[in-house]
Design a protein around this ligand. Structure first.
Ligand SMILES: [Zn+2]
Length: 136
């Protein structure tokens, strides 16, 4: 498990780069994410908005879906870089937590950073304890 924490800086770097590529002409709220898998691959994701608002896709799910699409392995770390929300570090939304829980399981580490590099992390099993989950 220790290596996961060591990979968090790499994931945050990838997420920070992806944040710069976010397509956010409507909100201007740039978000970048990255997934580290058990094979060591890092998959970036960026928020992509659309004039039809409901078609926007969170950066985290772009990264998670990319891990599936490229058969990169089981997600072990999900990193997110964004500005703060109501002065708090921005964590993934409920939909992204649900998808991350499904693909990564309860021990996936969620690590978040604001634009100044202040970070926090938590096990998704603790963040999403009451969300629906696959039977063991
Ligand atoms: Zn989300």
């Amino acid at each position: 498990m220790e290596w996961l924490h060591k990979r968090c800086p790499d994931a945050l770097t990838s997420a920070r780069d992806a944040r710069g590529r976010a397509y956010v002409p409507y909100s201007g709220f740039r978000m970048g994410a990255a997934v580290v898998t058990d094979s060591g691959e890092i998959l970036p994701g960026a928020l992509v908005e659309n004039v039809s608002l409901g078609l926007a896709m969170c950066a985290e799910r772009v990264a998670l879906f990319s891990a599936v699409a490229t058969a990169a392995g089981k997600p072990q770390v999900l990193a997110l870089v964004a500005k703060r929300t109501n002065k708090q570090l921005t964590f993934p939304c409920g939909a992204c937590l649900q998808v991350a829980l499904e693909l990564g399981g309860h021990d996936l580490i969620v690590v978040v950073s604001d634009t100044k590099g202040k970070t926090d992390q938590a096990r998704i099993g603790d963040l999403a304890a009451r969300l629906p989950h696959k039977p063991n």
